[in-house]
Design a protein around this ligand. Structure first.
Ligand code: ADP
Length: 424
């Protein structure tokens, strides 16, 4: 099995990518596709776009590698939901996208779910299911709920109704008891819920027609996937409790591997299961978007060069692009604080970068106070990860080793799940 390869595919918000890796995690091939925008009745036919993209990506996998592919896994955007015919797999209505809201279902969902449960949000998968159930008049008895990744994997393995416990969290699956909870199973639509496995678990061999169409080998398997943001976390290869990934994009998001589960709706903190650990996450409204309002990316580079990261900045800001913060301070009224502005732009940028680092530190402390494992090492993803001065500032402020993640593509994380599924 020395030269076998593992294929991961990521279906994100703006396009899809694949990564093909070997058992050591080296990338042999990768590629990306924008979603082609098919229309039907003036609306974008997302199901068709995703399906076409899946097949385009499979064709993009270099021919000479295909016979070596041992397994395939796919991640998709969280809470992107399809209700399909249980016999044909055809969507019974248009897919409900990750950010689509079904407020009509919220009162009912709130009346059956525990207080502050993750399903109690109008864009949760469960609200989408309930909204469909209450408006559908036919086919209700022979329907299946699938997440985007589940549905795309189905084209490869052909077994309808299989998901993973990361994707299924927002429909109400309880990864702690490894089952749907009794309050959900008591509902008439519970028959639509998919069977749930751990991410990166073999579902079965590829369908014969897929194997022969693309030249994948007889023993090639399809494995359960995860959500796109968990796949991006997995890409960084944090594997032990205390290891974390800070994502410095437009906003600041942190994800920490923890031995214990914590959930706190006040701060928007919740945990996903990853085998025998928990992936604890929280997202702040501070981050790179504020930097972009003040400086161009070129200025950021030039000014950063002149910062002495060993020096403590006395400037204490709370950089936000608009009013309101949730994590690590739950204050919907919090105003952005970016004053006083010193004459020197170098000092100003230093103060902002250091203030964001302090917020990051506060975020990890809060997770610990809420009961999570203490952070020991921070990997970094996103646009801010390339700023070496900022990395040094963060090392000093956090008092921890901080480095840039080698891999941050979700497709790479999905390929690691394919590898895991093939090895077990
Ligand atoms: P997202 O995907 O969330 O939009 P990215 O991961 O692409 O964000 O990162 C973009 C952010 O990175 C921008 O908001 C920008 O301010 C920040 N950024 C770009 N260059 C630098 C730099 N040299 N130092 C710090 N931040 C930077």
């Amino acid at each position: 099995s020395g030269n076998r390869l593992y294929l991961g595919m990521d279906f994100g918000t703006s396009g899809a990518r694949f990564a093909l890796i070997n058992k050591d995690g080296d990338v042999c091939a990768e590629g990306k596709r924008e979603y082609p925008l098919y229309k039907s009745h003036e609306a974008i036919d997302w199901a068709r776009s995703w399906k076409m993209t899946l097949f385009s990506l499979l064709e993009d996998v270099p021919n000479h590698y295909r016979h070596l592919v041992a397994s395939i896994s796919i991640d998709g955007t969280s809470a992107t939901t399809l209700i399909v015919d249980s016999n044909t797999g055809q969507p019974l209505s248009k897919p409900l996208l990750y950010n689509e809201s079904c407020p009509d279902a919220l009162p009912l969902v709130k009346s059956i779910a525990p207080v502050n449960h993750t399903v109690c949000s109008a864009s949760s998968t469960l609200c989408k299911l309930v909204s469909w159930w209450n408006s559908a008049d036919s086919n209700k008895e022979s329907a299946t709920l699938l997440h985007q990744a589940d549905w795309l994997l189905w084209f490869l393995h052909g077994k309808l109704g299989i998901s993973d416990y990361n994707n299924a969290l927002k429909v109400g699956y309880d990864p702690e008891i490894d089952s749907y909870p009794p309050w959900l199973l008591a509902q008439p639509y519970s028959q639509l819920l998919p069977y749930v496995k751990a991410p990166g678990t073999s579902i079965g061999n590829l369908k014969e027609d897929i194997r022969s169409q693309f030249g994948f080998p007889n023993d090639c398997i399809a494995c359960t996937g995860t959500t796109d943001s968990i796949a991006a976390f997995l890409a960084a290869r944090a594997t032990l409790p205390g290891q974390a990934v800070t994502s410095l994009g437009s906003t600041l998001a942190i994800k920490l591997l923890s031995s214990n589960r914590i959930d706190d709706a006040r701060f928007g903190v919740y945990s996903h299961r990853l085998d025998n650990m928990w992936l604890v996450g929280g997202a702040s409204n501070t981050g790179g978007a504020v930097l972009r309002q003040i400086f161009t990316d070129d200025q950021l580079q030039e000014l950063s060069k002149q910062i002495d990261p060993m020096k403590t900045s006395p400037l204490d800001y709370y950089p936000l692009t608009s009013i309101g913060e949730r994590f690590p301070e739950a204050d919907p009224q919090m105003a952005p604080r970016l004053h006083p502005r010193p004459e020197s732009d170098v000092e100003y940028l230093h103060g902002i970068l250091e203030s964001i680092a302090r917020i990051e530190g506060k975020a990890y402390r809060l997770l610990k106070d809420l009961g999570a494992s203490e952070v020991e090492e921070v990997l970094t993803a996103g646009g801010g990860s390339k700023n070496e001065k900022w990395t040094k500032i963060r090392e000093r402020v956090l008092g921890l080793p901080v480095s840039r993640a080698n891999q941050t593509e979700a497709a790479y994380g999905a390929a690691l799940l394919a590898l895991k599924g093939a090895q077990s």
